[in-house]
Each structure stands twice: as C-alpha cells, then as structure tokens.
Design a protein around this ligand. Structure first.
Ligand SMILES: [Fe+2]
Length: 209
C-alpha cells in the first residue's frame, strides 16, 4: 500500500511585524497635497497627448471652446433647477415639469461636453466657483422672479448658447476637429434649439392679445 503523502506546510501568519504591515496596507492615506497646485498632475488649460489624431494646437483650441460651452451649459442647467423650484402661478405644474425635463437634457449635455474635453486631453471645468467665473450668462437674482421673467431669462441664455455653439462648431470643423463640430451641432445646438422653442411658445400663450 502506498504511503500517504505528507501534508504541505501551512504558512504561519504572523509575526508582530507582519500584522503591523497588514494594518498599514488598509489604512487610508488622508490629506494628500490638498488645495495646492503642487498636488495637480495636469494643470487647467494644459492639453496632454491622446491618440485622437489631431494636432495639439487644434485639440487645445477645441478644449478652450468646449470649456466655454461647458460653463454656459452648467449655468443654464442650474438656472432650470432654480426656476423649477421657484416658479409660481396658474401655469405652475406645466412649467415645473417642463423645466425639470429640460434640466435633465442639460445634465446629459454637460457630461457629453466634459467628456469630449477629456477625450481631447484637456481638463474640464467642474466646480461652481470656476464655472461662475467663466460663464457669459448673466447671474440671476437669488430671489423669485415672475414666471414670464424666468422664461425670458431662460430664452436669453439659450440664445447665447446657440450663437456660441454655431460659431464654435464652425471653428472646430474648419480646424479639422469634426468630432467636436458634430457634438456641438448634433447634441448641444439641437437640444438648445428645441428647448428654446418650447419656452418661447409659453410666452406667446401668456401674452395679452
Ligand atoms: Fe423636483
């Protein structure tokens, strides 16, 4: 009868040193270079190479145009939520729901623009203070405005985005960045054109004849 093989030795854990090492490996390393530029791995405005086949100069210009579109789109998105919350009057329910629907579409645009910037090797604007500095849309008051004023304010913001979008798309397309051109026309421009139409029809209905 063959002899049973000897069981393999089980690795013994643990000297005190091993236990201390294991504990260190799960301990979060907090407060790493916070709030200093020295902690950045890429500065805002810098464009790093990505395999998109565009010249760096073209990518850098597109990133600049897209960050402007992003700042204005984030502002318009947030203006929709403000008005969704603050609207009052006989058309409350309709405007409340429409403004939330438009808000959701603007949320998608924000993500699409921001990710296009990353595709091009750039850095997207993100934080409210930076967006407030960059946007060209006038700041609304903190308080409540009448529904018709809210609608006019939204329409003006859309018109600004639409004009900027057409000009930026043309610049990107002329420079050979057809991906940015397409994003700005197919998604940003068309969404804004549709939404501004819905808003303006509400103002016609509310006008005294
Ligand atoms: Fe809501």
């Amino acid at each position: 009868m063959p002899k049973a093989s000897k069981p393999l030795p089980v690795k013994q854990k643990s000297s005190k040193g091993d236990i201390a090492q294991d504990k260190r490996s799960v301990k979060p390393l907090l407060h790493q270079q916070q709030q200093t530029h020295s902690g950045e791995t890429q500065s805002y405005g810098e464009v790093v190479p990505r395999p998109h086949g565009l010249r760096e100069k073209v990518a850098k210009k597109s990133v600049e145009l897209l960050n402007q579109a992003l700042a204005d789109t984030i502002t318009l998105r947030d203006m929709y939520k403000k008005h969704h919350w603050q609207v009052v009057g006989p058309t409350f329910n309709e405007l409340h729901l429409m403004e939330d629907k438009h808000y959701e579409a603007q949320v998608e645009l924000v993500d699409a623009i921001a990710e296009r910037i990353q595709v091009l090797g750039g850095i997207s604007l993100a934080m409210a203070a930076d967006v407030a500095e960059a946007t060209q849309i006038p700041r609304p008051p903190k308080g409540r405005e009448p529904a018709s004023v809210q609608l006019s304010r939204l329409i003006d913001a859309h018109t600004h985005v639409i004009k900027q979008c057409r000009a930026s798309a043309k610049k990107a397309g002329d420079a050979g960045d057809s991906g940015t051109d397409d994003l700005l026309v197919s998604q940003v421009l068309r969404t804004n054109e549709l939404q501004v139409w819905f808003l303006s029809e509400h103002l016609v209905a509310a006008s005294p004849v």
